[in-house]
Design a protein around this ligand. Structure first.
Ligand code: ADP
Ligand code: GN1
Ligand code: MG
Length: 351
């Protein structure tokens, strides 16, 4: 048992603590107490999150706001304070937090169509419930996270540096990105012109960051709030599409298996707009397809830049994995471009 547990105001004495779930960032443990109560203990990864105290302030504020709008006790994560009343415990530069376990819940790594719809309902509700929260009160825990022109500039630097001499073999992929430079500015330009509002965004809108009711498979709540930051709603939407509306894994090598599934896209649009359609502006709705393509292109650029730099950010388990990842993203971008008219039509017909 980790001694830090005794600093939290648990309802009983902890009797076991075991690794739990399949998250890749934080260390997550399931804690069981002698009275049967169960908790989630998380060790915050301070290599990824450099400002853990600001991060915990963000989470605390967002949870408090969501709580005001949610009747279901399982509808929002609940932090367990330390005995001194803090939302986290710090020990020798290590940071810990405890959540109440959401009972009778399940987390899926792979989506079916019905689960994908439900995840859209959950992320839409999250956006809707936070629409009146002052997004600029949150700290940008990873600065310029979805500043696509800044990501583009970083990509250009990686190409220029060509640290491992890989550039010569990547002419096609590099040209693919360079041809889309002006597109990369679309959303940041609209934001600068005041046409897209700053929102509270989640920034990791995958299906495995939603808990579902184990009996009904209805979405209960959004978890993994570490990357909650000010941002653009369409980017959260876009990241969910990038990951969830592909027919293949992110690192698939056989590109003939990588398709952008318009049916899954439509499913997500419908679920998302069913819960947040009313709080999005006309421009935000119109820009949903742009968000999908932007997040896919941006992620592809990040993978390719990392491949050029020698795999320093995204972990690889085999040689060339970041290049494979970049290629799947570019294939999806191409497919979105072919379906561009339909992508817009689906949004127009869904609200
Ligand atoms: P990571 O940043 O590592 O992905 P998450 O916060 O997503 O960490 O948590 C990892 C896993 O732990 C989740 O996928 C989920 O299975 C489980 N989990 C996290 N919080 C809770 C909770 N409050 N109740 C039940 N399960 C949870
Ligand atoms: C990272 O850790 P994971 O897989 O949830 C990355 C995302 C990328 C994703 C691509 C903090 O997320 O932005 O879309 O990889 N998160 C961070 O697989 O950089
Ligand atoms: Mg997670």
């Amino acid at each position: 048992m980790h001694p830090v547990l005794y600093r939290f105001a648990l309802s009983g004495a902890p009797v076991s603590s075991e690794p739990y779930g399949s998250g890749h960032i934080n260390g997550t443990q399931l804690v069981v107490c002698d009275n049967g109560e169960r908790y989630i203990l998380q060790h915050i990864n301070t290599n990824v999150f450099r400002q853990p105290e600001a991060l915990m302030r963000n989470i605390g504020q967002v949870i408090a706001h969501l709580r005001k709008k949610t009747c279901d006790p399982r509808g929002v994560l609940q932090l367990v304070p330390t005995r001194e009343g803090s939302g986290f415990a710090a020990e020798n530069g290590e940071y810990w937090r405890v959540y109440e376990l959401v009972e009778n819940s399940v987390c899926y790594q792979v989506a079916t169509c019905a689960l994908f719809y439900e995840s859209a309902v959950a992320f839409g509700r999250f956006q809707n419930q936070l629409a009146d929260f002052p997004a600029d009160a949150l700290v940008e825990t990873i600065p310029q996270f979805h500043d696509t022109p800044a990501r583009y500039a970083a990509f250009q630097r990686a190409v220029a540096e060509d640290r491992l001499g890989r550039r010569a073999l990547l002419q096609q992929e590099i040209a693919f990105v360079l041809a889309r430079e002006s597109f990369a500015h679309t959303l940041t330009d609209l934001q600068a012109a005041g046409e897209l509002p700053l929102r509270v965004t989640h920034n990791d809108t995958k299906i495995n960051n939603v808990l579902f009711d184990a009996t009904t498979n209805k979405a209960l709540c959004v978890i993994d709030l570490d990357t909650v930051m000010p941002g653009l709603s369409v980017n959260d939407f876009g990241d969910a599409i990038r990951f969830g509306a592909s027919t293949a894994a992110e690192d698939e090598r056989d590109l003939s298996r990588v398709r952008f599934d318009l049916g899954l896209y439509e499913t997500y649009v419908k679920g998302y707009l069913s819960t947040c359609g009313e709080s999005l502006t006309k421009t935000e709705k119109a820009m949903l397809p742009v968000g999908a393509k932007m997040m896919t292109l941006e992620c592809g650029m990040r993978f390719l830049a990392d491949h050029l730099a020698g795999d320093v950010y995204f972990q690889v388990s085999r040689k060339g994995q970041n290049l494979d990842r970049a290629r799947t993203q570019f294939r999806l971008v191409e497919e979105m471009e072919k379906s561009w008219g339909q992508m817009h039509k689906i949004v127009e017909q869904s609200h």
